[in-house]
Write a protein that binds this ligand. Structure first.
Ligand SMILES: [Cu+2]
Length: 498
């Protein structure tokens, strides 16, 4: 072992000892089941209203701004949002649409807007190289070119992402397409097709947001907001309701289940619909992950979406850490006495081409340990990996610790070949852009890099536990033409990226 790696191992071991020692006096478990009043109608983020220009491009306006939310009645909590005090409008576009987002930074500090899960040019990606100064504008444009799914947008300023997202800068981006439209699924936004953006918060004595890190995974809150609503209740008017679950929390991992343990039908994950619905009692999501589920309801009944029994995959001792023992009432669903039928839910959804590792042109290995990937902290000036356009690659990602991490890759949606040598379970068999990395486990990912070469503007890959990302658990890759080399990194100017 080299002196350098020996030193890193010692530091990691010390950090782990500190974490494990810290939990013995540690965070009390949170259990809100049965204690949430559900006295407020679930807020539905408004749909962003685009304008169409002369060449048919859709323009969406987003402004980052400050505001307040009454998390505790009568005590305004200072928050940030897009086009409002908290969260942002839902953007809907169809595959094939040309879009442009006209973003204005109305904050007093620089930020970015990253399109999480979107396949698009690196300079439109909104990562840490596309910083937008206070008062400035940024207008990325791209063609939506991926299947129907649930994506989201949020800031990605290096070292500050946890704080920016934790204050409320997040919104949903729904992609539609013809294959999805042809299926008998609920798709009436806000009626039977419901965004469910879940965030946990913790308040200080003055009712202000605090980022109180006692757990290794980062700050975990003791109360939930769903679409910004405290104690949310949804009036259900159809026999089947589609929930688009988004974990927009900085660190907390949820395991969503219904109060009576009835099955959910999982129909989609990060990158699109599954081949067929998967009946499951629970859906676990780490930060950044999404799932689309169908819930079947009977007239007049009342059930609750909860989060409980989170499985971080670790041995004894891990369960009490990092909020895994916490339980929450998340969202109440109240069915009306007469429900409209949405029709028969299809048995098959969309065909999916399985990527084959025999077709892979290369393999890369990423080891996550401490707050590093491959023993390196993020360096905005360093390109870590150079990918040739057209290639299909296997990324072998290992969590080398006894604690959880996660892995998110920009630009692409990947498939899982194996987890710890085993084939992925049905809930992880579809397209993904973010996965929880269980302790001491190898994940083999396969992905195809189809276009958007730019030797000077990198995409990111990183742990999506936002504090880890902020602390440098991130790397950069560029996509180049065959034979091309990476160039000197060019941070985008914020006025015009074309
Ligand atoms: Cu991590």
């Amino acid at each position: 072992m080299s002196p350098r790696s020996a030193a890193i191992t010692v530091v990691t071991a010390l950090a782990l000892t500190t974490v494990l020692a810290g939990c013995s006096d540690g965070s009390p478990d949170v259990d809100t089941i049965g204690r949430v009043a559900f006295d407020t109608a679930l807020a539905i983020p408004p749909l962003a209203e685009p304008t169409t220009d002369a060449v048919g491009r859709l323009h969406f306006d987003l402004t980052a701004q400050t505001g307040t939310v009454d998390v505790v009645p009568g005590t305004p909590t200072e928050t940030w949002g897009f086009n409002g005090p908290y969260l942002g409008p839902t953007i809907v576009a169809a595959s094939g649409d040309d879009v442009q987002v006209d973003f204005h930074n109305g904050l007093k500090e620089p930020t970015t807007v990253h399109w999480h899960g979107m396949h698009l040019p690196a300079r439109a990606d909104g990562g840490p190289h596309q910083m937008v100064a206070p008062g400035d504008d940024w207008s990325p444009r791209w063609t939506v070119d991926q299947p129907a799914t649930t994506l989201w947008y949020h800031p990605h300023p290096h070292g500050e992402t946890e704080r920016h997202v934790g204050r409320g800068l997040a919104g949903m981006f729904i992609v539609r397409d013809e294959a999805e439209a042809a299926l008998s699924l609920p798709r009436d936004y806000g009626v039977d097709d419901i965004p469910v953006i879940v965030q946990d918060v913790r308040l200080d004595a003055d009712g202000q947001l605090v980022s109180d890190t006692r757990d290794y995974i980062g700050p975990v809150g003791d109360r939930l907001l769903v679409n910004g609503t405290v104690g949310p209740s949804l009036a259900v008017t159809t026999d089947v309701v589609r929930l688009r679950l988004l974990n927009a929390s900085p660190a907390r991992i949820y395991n969503f289940a219904l109060s009576d343990d009835r099955d959910l039908a999982l129909i989609g994950t990060d990158g699109g619909l599954l081949e067929r619905p998967f009946a499951t009692r629970a859906v676990q999501l780490s930060p950044g992950e999404r799932a689309e589920v169908l819930v079947r309801m009977a007239p007049g009944e009342r059930i609750t979406l909860q989060s409980r029994d989170v499985d971080l995959g670790g041995g004894p001792g891990l369960g009490g850490l990092n909020g895994a023992r916490d339980s929450f009432d998340v969202l109440e669903l109240v069915a009306s006495d007469a429900l409209n039928s949405v029709g028969t839910v299809p048995q098959t959804l969309v065909p999916m081409e399985r990527l084959d590792d025999l077709d892979a042109t290369g393999e890369r290995r990423f080891v996550l340990d401490g707050k590093q990937i491959n023993q390196q902290q993020m360096d905005l000036g360093r390109i870590d990996e150079v990918v040739t356009v057209g290639d299909t690659e296997v990324w072998d990602v290992r969590n080398n610790m006894a604690l959880p991490h996660s892995f998110h890759v920009h630009d692409v949606q990947f498939q899982l070949l194996s987890i710890g040598g085993d084939p992925p379970p049905p809930e992880l068999a579809g397209y993904k852009d973010t996965i929880l990395l269980r302790p001491n486990t190898d994940y083999r990912l396969i992905m195809r890099f189809t276009d958007y070469t730019d030797p000077r503007t990198p995409y990111m890959y990183h742990c999506h536990l936002l504090q880890h990302e902020d602390q440098g658990m991130m790397g950069q890759f560029v996509v180049v033409e065959p034979g091309q080399r990476a160039g000197t990194i060019e941070s985008g100017d914020t006025h015009d990226n074309h």
